[in-house]
Write a protein that binds this ligand. Structure first.
Ligand SMILES: NC(=O)c1ccc[n+]([C@@H]2O[C@H](COP(=O)([O-])OP(=O)(O)OC[C@H]3O[C@@H](n4cnc5c(N)ncnc54)[C@H](OP(=O)(O)O)[C@@H]3O)[C@@H](O)[C@H]2O)c1
Length: 429
């Protein structure tokens, strides 16, 4: 074993960073044995230097992250600050100064992954980010390495624990959205400002990263269609139950049937209770992968939290250190397929539409005609009427999102349709 240690600069010592430092210290001997050289924490960059940080030598703490990265003797920079800047500049500076990088930063990777990979490649360094998607769950490496010989057609997952906790609460207790969100906040599962989670921004960043890796194609955050979950109601859950389904916020990355394009989207969807993703409870994450040769695979586990996320960071740290000792780098960006990313209108799926209609003869036929005119075939219709008003629940066969949008626009114009109460996609069948 090499006795000279590999030097690690830790940028950020919050929820994730403090656990990275703790595991580096408590598992130092095992990490050294697995890597083939000891790893030494050479510096810890933070914003508030006076904060007491258990287990961290105060002499290592600095507020000057740039100087730490530019020291010239750092082997690996672990970026767990988050956000776009200064993280982006610190990462590119690390490459320029001869260090490889491990990051947990989904927002940055989804926005600037291609440029960061190019910078790593230019300087012959590694860029690893297993922790950026689904916390502790090994996903990036299985997609990038274990499945490199297969053809991935679909990646569908629950990649945000906060939203899954809220939807699971609504499902199991009959609570409304706000009540479930309040409980998630009180228990620490939702942040004071839950926008990034409930509006699907966080899941969209992860979808962009997953789609890029799965389809060997650059997929940017802007390419991902996104709908949040704040509109999901208790009555949507009742409708889902009536169909033997539940509702999940899903990130779905798909290769088109002809293989010539891909799509990436995040939205709430009904899935059958028999689908493996339906049994993912609480704040857990899971990702369901379908590929030509392997068939169906599911990856499941804690998608966030200090220690689980640090586990993924440490796995990357070991891999990057091993590469460094052998004078090699791991796999970089693979975007050779360069498939076009299609708009949401091209996505083909099934729909559950709930309409408030006048309870009089001929309404059903009128509504059915509108679906037929837009090429959307109806699978089932359920009608309930009372006091001159009725609700009509239509479940369609597979149709394009553009056709469904056209159908709904036309339905809204019918005098007999009082309102479109909800539209939900049905996945996983
Ligand atoms: N938390 C999770 O469960 C989780 C899961 C997966 C991925 N991630 C990702 O991991 C990253 C870190 O998340 P976190 O939850 O650990 O965040 P956090 O608790 O807010 O910690 C951020 C750390 O960065 C430091 N920092 C902020 N601005 C800085 C600057 N300009 N220079 C130097 N240090 C600075 C902060 O210093 P102070 O301590 O002085 O404030 C703090 O130590 C993010 O990219 C996040 O998306 C987190």
């Amino acid at each position: 074993m090499r006795t000279r240690p590999l030097k690690v600069a830790l940028l950020g010592c919050g929820v994730v960073g403090s656990e990275v430092a703790r595991i580096m210290t408590t598992h130092a001997d095992d990490l050294a044995a697995r890597i083939g050289a000891p790893v030494e924490l050479a510096g810890v960059a933070v914003r508030r230097p006076s904060k007491v940080r258990e287990g961290i030598d105060p002499a290592l703490v600095t507020t000057d992250a740039t100087a730490l990265v530019k020291r010239g003797d750092i082997d690996v920079v672990v970026e767990v600050i988050g956000g776009i800047e200064p993280a982006r500049t610190l990462i590119t500076t690390a490459f320029e100064y001869g260090a490889s990088v491990v990051s947990a930063n989904k927002a940055l990777l989804a926005q600037d992954g291609a440029a960061l990979h190019a910078a790593a490649n230019e300087h012959g360094e590694d860029l690893y980010y297993e922790a950026a998607v689904a916390g502790a769950i090994p996903l990036i490496r299985p997609l990038r390495e274990s499945l490199a010989g297969d053809k991935i057609n679909r990646v569908m997952g629950i990649v945000n624990g906060t939203t899954n906790f809220i939807l699971d609460k609504m499902d199991s207790t009959g609570a409304g959205y706000q009540e479930a969100l309040d409980e998630a906040t009180a228990l620490g599962y939702a942040e004071a400002d839950p926008t990034a989670d409930v509006e699907g921004f966080d899941a969209a960043a992860k979808a962009a990263i997953l789609a890029g890796i799965a389809f060997h194609t650059r997929v940017r955050l802007d390419d991902v269609y996104r709908e949040g979950m704040a509109e999901v109601t208790a009555s949507d859950f009742a409708s889902a139950k009536a169909m033997g389904c539940t509702i999940k916020l899903l990130a779905i990355c798909e290769r088109a049937a002809d293989g010539g394009s891909v799509t990436a989207r995040v939205h709430p969807a009904m899935i059958p209770l028999t689908h493996p993703l339906a049994s993912v409870r609480g704040a857990y994450n899971a990702v369901f992968v379908e590929s030509d040769a392997s068939g169906q695979l599911m990856f499941y586990g804690p998608g966030a939290g200090g220690a689980p996320t640090a586990s993924a960071v440490l796995g990357d740290l070991v891999a990057v250190c091993r590469n460094r000792l052998s004078g090699a780098t791991g796999p970089g960006e693979s975007a050779y397929a360069a498939l076009p990313v299609s708009p949401m209108g091209d996505v083909v799926t099934r729909y559950h539409i709930s309409l408030d209609v006048a309870d009089k003869p001929g309404v059903l036929a009128q509504v059915a005609t509108v679906f037929a005119e837009h090429g959307v075939s109806i699978d089932t219709v359920r009608q309930q009427g009372k006091d001159g008003e009725a609700s009509l629940v239509v479940v369609t066969h597979r149709a394009s999102d553009a056709s469904l949008t056209g159908t709904v626009e036309a339905l809204r114009k019918l005098d007999t349709v009082r309102g479109v109460a909800s539209i939900m996609r049905v996945e996983g069948e």
